[in-house]
Ligand binder design. Structure first.
Ligand code: ZN
Length: 141
């Protein structure tokens, strides 16, 4: 009695979901659903450099910040799509792009959380483990 007719119409799963989050998408196939998306973030640091701002025509404390974009599965298994370190004037937001090595040396670490950078490796490892387990438990012959 619980059987679903094969020719039953597919529920409009996507209706009304497009205004939630930027770039988030979902793929629904039957009951399976893979949730992935992209997130843009800006990280500020307690690091600044006194420089002359041509826009403001005076010296300003340019703050270091990191703008980056990462993709993810289920908000957990991530990878970095783009990143840019910037020195930004606090008044006019005019500034420069900074060499990432120099910026990370100054910060002392890579400020992007591990799961946002290498989460996809964790997912790959889990998939491999599950794959091996499935193969190992198949009946011989
Ligand atoms: Zn300025």
């Amino acid at each position: 009695m619980d059987d679903i007719p094969i020719d039953s119409p597919i529920a409009p799963a996507f209706a009304g979901r497009h205004n939630s989050g930027i770039g988030r998408q979902s793929i629904a196939r039957g009951r399976r659903m893979i949730l992935w998306g992209t997130s843009k973030r800006v990280l500020d640091f307690d690091l600044s450099e006194r420089e002359y701002c041509q826009q403001c025509r005076q010296d300003q404390d340019f703050g270091l910040r990191l703008k980056y974009e990462h993709g993810h599965f289920y908000h957990l298994f991530g990878w970095v799509m783009s990143k840019q370190y910037q020195l930004v004037c606090p008044d006019c937001t005019h500034g420069w792009v900074v060499n990432p090595r120099a910026a990370e040396a100054l910060i002392g670490r890579n400020p992007i959380p591990f799961y946002q950078r290498h989460g996809w490796l964790v997912m790959l490892a889990l998939a491999a483990i599950i794959g091996v387990a499935v193969l190992a438990h198949q009946p011989a012959g």
